[in-house]
Design a protein around this ligand. Structure first.
Ligand code: S6P
Length: 594
């Protein structure tokens, strides 16, 4: 790296921490100085940028402004929460640990509770963990953004899961400290301290928690956080909210927000299990060691920069040609594939078919609360063979995701089937150094194979959690990078955001201010694009955000249309023609700016 580039990147690594940097935005919504020109970067530069962004998760605290993942206060709170879980594990009668969130946060709640219930099962213990995801199990596999705005739904779903329980440790996850669904649940906990102990996981400091009024409620997310801060002093509520730096694509909390959620909660629950079942007390050092193992996971994963760039390039080419990317996975790596694929729809306005995930064993292996979700959600490898494989050719990318502990002969069988249709077959395999998995034949069938070798682990479960995080980082890079190459991102903003809940409505209004127009004019342009009118009626302006976001559900290209109108002063119809001629959003925006 040239000296000047290095100096520049060192200063931009910390730039976001300055109080003057985008002061009106919480960390989770700020734009990351490291990725300002990600939209013009090559595949390999995109990967380097994502690596630098991910590395920010583990940066040490550098002033009083933000607590970080490894800050003393954060580690101390993790210890306390682990001890609470330990108590419940030792006497689980009438007790429950609930993890809940919206979108990615709910998906991780599912992934983590599944893993730790499995661990309990292996010890012949009853399940103790439950997950809640706003919008129900369909939200595990698709975008259901509207329930995020519904605090009452949050409360009801929590009450339902906890029926008959006398002691509940509730872990609400909201990366932006913003989801009304989670705020409602925390409020319920505060109203019933005799049953519930609330824990909040997120990645903004308390003063940046969302403070907009929630329709029909007397509380805001911030007021709930403030009450929790008070209770935290007497250890009756817990806040785990280190900053991990802005996302590579602004507001895309599925990336670092999701990864840090996984890290923090696995550290807590692993420490609790070790304390309850192997007599290993929860210690500061133990927690820190586990965190460091995740930091190492980033290094081991990104050591494969070249392989990841090649994959990203291949996936980008497929998407640019209007073709598809399929993840075929085994075990929980497949779940990560399902999650990453489903997030491309709301994040990049992708079609359902653009990126899809499939899991060996289908719903039986997924083991979700509601079981099979119907014909709109076909996720088994057999579904892939019947519904997708026949239409594939060399322009489509298929990625196998497996580990040495999976059924390698099944992986090989699948590889053979796929090879009949496309040579664009790739693999990611995790294994322990020195392992001689018999997968040479799979390698021969693939045009690229990423073998990620891991040092012999302290424990099998830690290794598996590292494999999962590594796969998450890799898939997030792949799908983000491929959509960047497709031209979906302008600078480091996703312009074509779906305006399907209040958080996204506010983000859209803000994005439109890139036009240089005042906020009020931007919101008007947004509403015109939502309702597809050139003049706003009183009916529209007097409706609330819920009505606006409900209407926006059935619209496409809302924000790009509004932006073109703002930049050129043209009508909606003219803007539509403009976007048809320039389907690449980045180029359309740049043409208007020029
Ligand atoms: C973000 C993802 C969203 C969020 C959801 C919850 O990349 O597309 O679905 O996970 O909005 O956000 P939060 O801040 O409450 O965790």
């Amino acid at each position: 790296m040239a000296q000047s580039e290095w100096t520049c990147s060192l200063s931009s690594v910390h730039e976001w921490e300055s109080p003057d940097y985008e002061p009106s935005l919480p960390v989770s919504e700020k734009s990351n100085p490291l990725t300002r020109d990600i939209d013009r970067a090559s595949a390999s530069r995109i990967v380097r940028m994502l690596q630098a962004c991910d590395a920010q998760m583990f940066q040490e605290e550098s002033g009083a402004t933000y607590q970080r993942l490894l800050s003393e206060q954060v580690v101390a709170t993790l210890m306390e929460v682990a001890q609470k879980v330990e108590i419940i594990l030792k006497d689980p009668r009438d007790s429950l640990v609930v993890l809940s969130g919206c979108g990615t946060s709910g998906r991780l709640a599912f992934l983590i509770t599944s893993a730790f219930n499995r661990a309990l099962q292996e010890l012949s213990q009853r399940s103790l963990y439950s997950y809640i995801i706003a919008g129900g199990d369909r939200a595990l596999l698709s975008s259901q953004e509207a329930p995020e705005d519904d605090p009452k739904l949050g409360m009801l779903s929590l009450k339902k899961v906890c029926e008959g329980k006398k002691r509940v440790l509730f872990i609400g996850i909201s990366c932006g400290l913003s989801a009304p669904f989670v705020a409602g649940q925390l409020e319920l906990c505060l109203q019933h301290p005799e049953v519930y102990t609330p824990v909040l996981v997120g990645f903004n400091p308390p003063h940046q928690a969302r403070n907009e009024p929630i329709p029909g409620c007397t509380f805001t997310f911030r007021s709930v956080v403030q009450r929790m801060q008070e209770l935290a002093k007497s250890h009756k509520a817990f806040l785990i909210n280190p900053a991990v730096g802005p996302e590579a694509v602004s507001g895309s909390s599925r990336m670092k927000g999701g990864s840090a959620t996984k890290i923090l909660l696995e550290v807590v629950l692993s420490a609790a299990h070790a304390a309850a079942f192997t007599n290993t007390p929860v210690t500061y050092k133990g927690i820190l060691q586990h965190m460091r193992a995740y930091e190492k996971t980033l290094d081991i994963t990104y050591a494969q920069k070249e392989g990841i760039s090649a994959l990203l390039e291949a996936a980008g080419q497929s998407l640019q040609r209007g073709r598809r990317v399929c993840y075929l996975g085994w075990g929980s790596l497949a779940t990560l594939g399902l999650i990453d694929a489903s997030e491309c729809i709301p994040t990049f306005g992708a079609d359902y078919e653009d990126v899809r995930g499939f899991i060996s064993g289908g719903y039986r292996a997924l083991n979700n609360n509601e079981g099979p979700l119907g014909p709109d959600f076909c996720i088994a490898h057999e579904d892939f063979l019947h519904l997708v494989l026949p239409s594939l050719d060399d322009r489509d990318v298929v990625l196998l995701l497996y580990t040495q502990s999976d059924d390698v002969s099944d992986v090989e069988k699948m590889a053979l089937r796929v090879r009949e249709k496309t040579s664009n077959l790739h693999a990611v395999c995790h294994r322990v150094e020195g392992d001689t998995a018999a997968d040479d034949d799979i390698n021969k069938l693939c045009s690229s194979s990423l073998k990620i070798n891991w040092p012999p682990p302290a424990s099998g479960s830690l290794l598996h959690m590292q494999w999962e995080l590594s796969t998450k980082l890799l898939l997030n890079s792949l799908s983000t990078g491929a959509h960047v190459l497709k031209g979906k991102i302008y600078q480091n903003h996703m312009m074509d955001v779906q305006v399907t809940n209040s958080k996204l409505y506010c983000r859209a209004t803000r994005l439109l201010q890139l036009s240089g127009c005042p906020e009020i004019q931007c919101e008007e342009a947004l509403l015109k694009a939502v309702y597809r009118v050139d003049e706003l009626t009183v009916d529209i302006t007097s409706s609330d955000i819920i009505t606006h976001t409900h209407t926006a559900r059935n619209r496409t290209k809302v924000v790009p249309l509004a932006l073109v109108c703002l930049l050129t002063g043209c009508s909606l119809m003219e803007a539509e023609t403009h976007l048809q001629q320039q389907p690449i959003v980045r180029e359309a925006v740049e043409a208007c700016l020029a």
